[in-house]
Write a protein that binds this ligand. Structure first.
Ligand code: ACO
Length: 376
């Protein structure tokens, strides 16, 4: 086993500006998509409108939004031959993010435009991919439960369709609103790990599916999108509000990371966490669970002990739990929304591309001479 060296400059590229971007911006504790505050969008917009904004760098007119939404929603229908192929993938003991990474990669083989770099084809691919990631996630869950694919209703919103395709029954209007807000909050986030992965892959002028598959792999990790599932596992593990403070103090004393806290960029709080916190409060109270109260104790304890604030993954866990969504689907749901942001970044990358090719500072051995194996 080679020795692990730790001499890298700018470990984790902290503070490094890797490219210019006009997709979303983070300044102190403020997040904007294309110049619009996340709070404004979460309150007033819809996921469909946010996707239009991210891709077109402007808000749509009413007619443009209707056409765009109709196309996106009707694109949620999965090809029966593709559904049949996905049925062949294992689900038992398989993490849905691993399954989704494979399914999205396979979807390229059903898309005749997947290798094209023509603008019109790229736009169609983007629409298809954004429309289909959610239905693929829903399909995984249904297959896992031994149930069949449910077709959506293009007359209804993207959020409605996802919940319907997941559960096979018409969702409650309040849950649709909550879910739509979650989709908006997760749609983009400047040069995060998965968006950067997508851009790096796109920078070799590889195709959109390859770039999105790279991004899914990056999102899956517990230091990035995978944290929301781990937050819920922690809440369940803690069990009661009374045990929360001691549990967290012990974890911190053991130098463990508390999932859902800390951020590379936000040092004064993640604005998405504030919105999700109030959603968690009302949903947990309504569901009669203690997960919001427990989360609040954890939040206060991590702040007072470590000075760390919650990120997007902390309160989204109890929100999804209150909606009856299985724990391991939290990160795939993140991908269902974030694919729209990845695509905005991929197109921005294509539009002013230069291949990413940084250097590594050499800290290894030097001047070694080859010895024939018999002499070693
Ligand atoms: N719990 C306990 N301590 C923490 C946490 C945490 N969640 N986050 C950071 N710290 C500590 C580190 O141990 C380190 O302490 P030290 O200086 O004593 O060694 C210090 O704070 C700095 O942390 P880094 O890990 O170096 O910060 P970095 O910017 O590299 O990482 C990250 C940011 C990955 C988000 C980190 O805070 C973390 O691991 N958080 C938990 C996982 C998580 O919630 N990820 C989701 C992030 S949001 C998203 O990607 C969607």
């Amino acid at each position: 086993m080679a020795e692990v060296y730790d001499g890298a400059v700018d470990k984790g590229l902290e503070g490094v500006i890797a490219c210019t971007t006009g997709v979303s911006s983070i300044v102190d504790a403020t997040l904007c998509y294309r110049g619009y505050l996340i709070e404004d969008l979460a309150k007033n917009s819809s996921f469909e409108e946010v996707v239009y904004l991210l891709w077109n760098d402007r808000m749509p007119s009413a007619t443009e939004l209707k056409t765009f939404s109709d196309t996106l929603r009707s694109g949620m229908k999965l090809d029966p031959a593709f559904v049949q192929q996905l049925k062949g993938l294992p689900t038992e003991g398989v993490h849905p993010m691993a399954w989704l990474r494979t399914a999205v990669s396979a979807a390229a083989l059903w898309d005749s435009d997947s290798q094209s770099m023509e603008q019109a084809d790229l736009e169609q691919v983007a629409l298809r991919l954004t429309a289909k990631v959610g239905p693929m996630v829903a399909l995984f869950e249904r297959f896992r439960q031994g149930k069949d694919y449910v077709e959506g209703n293009p007359e209804k919103s993207f959020a409605w369709n996802f919940l319907y395709m997941l559960k096979g029954e018409e969702p409650d209007a309040e849950m649709v609103d909550v879910f739509d807000t979650c989709l908006i909050l997760h749609a983009d986030h400047e040069l995060n790990c998965s968006a950067f992965s997508a851009r790096v892959t796109a920078s070799s002028l590889s195709d959109v599916y390859s770039a999105v598959t790279s991004a899914i792999g990056a999102l899956k990790g517990p230091l990035h999108g995978g944290a929301n599932e781990q937050v819920m596992r922690m809440l369940i593990d803690i069990g009661t509000v009374e045990k929360a403070q001691e549990w967290i103090k012990n974890a911190l004393a053991n130098k463990e990371k508390v999932m859902g806290f800390g951020h590379r960029v936000y040092k004064n709080g993640d604005p998405r966490a504030k919105i999700l916190r109030s959603m968690s409060e009302s949903l947990c109270k309504k569901a009669g669970t203690a997960y919001y109260d427990m989360s609040k104790v954890i939040d206060d304890t991590v702040q007072s002990e470590k000075g760390l604030l919650p990120n997007v993954d902390f309160y989204s866990a109890s929100v999804y739990y209150s909606m009856g969504i299985p724990l391991d689907l939290y990160t795939p749901i993140f991908a269902t929304s974030r694919v729209s942001g990845w695509l905005a970044h991929i197109f921005e990358q294509y539009s002013k591309n230069r291949i990413y090719r940084p250097r590594g500072e050499w800290v290894g051995k030097e001047g070694l001479k080859y010895t024939p194996i018999a002499e070693r």
